[in-house]
Design a protein around this ligand. Sequence first.
Ligand SMILES: Cc1cc2nc3c(=O)[nH]c(=O)nc-3n(C[C@H](O)[C@H](O)[C@H](O)COP(=O)(O)O)c2cc1C
Length: 149
Amino acid sequence: MAHISIFVGTVNGGAERLSDDIAATIKQAGHSAAVITEASLDDIKNASNILIVTSTTGQGDVPSNLAGLYYALNSSFPMLTDKPFGVVAMGDRSYGDTFCGAGRSFDELLRDLQAKPVGNRLEIDACEDFEPWPVTEPWLKAWLEKLPG
Ligand SMILES: Cc1cc2nc3c(=O)[nH]c(=O)nc-3n(C[C@H](O)[C@H](O)[C@H](O)COP(=O)(O)O)c2cc1C
């Protein structure tokens, strides 16, 4: 059984609703999960498995409820060596180059901190996927299967 800490970045609540569905599915699969909406540096340092679920705001920016964690990681740069992680990025392709910018930034930062990517980042385009769950569910099931241990 794995414990997964889900770090949510949201402006209008979509990523939080998706995180709740993700947590319910993780529990149904026999694991445990916690959804964290106001994360501290210790939350991520102490996490066994990290799942970032974030929308993008501004011009490729991390939502403010998750931005504090992003900047704290970037400035204090704690090594997260071999800590398994995944990223679910919600965005809108009509924003062009900044599509899913927050999820992409987190993915890059966690790799820089030597955390261990499990599978590929999921990018959800609000223009195409009006409901995020149908694309997230198969991704999540595959991600759980790839999780070490
Ligand atoms: C003001 C604003 C700025 C946005 N900027 C971007 C962006 O730069 N890139 C992107 O991919 N999506 C962008 N989006 C789209 C959101 O990330 C997308 O609609 C997401 O599903 C919202 O999730 P939330 O309800 O959790 O905030 C923006 C949306 C708003 C309202």
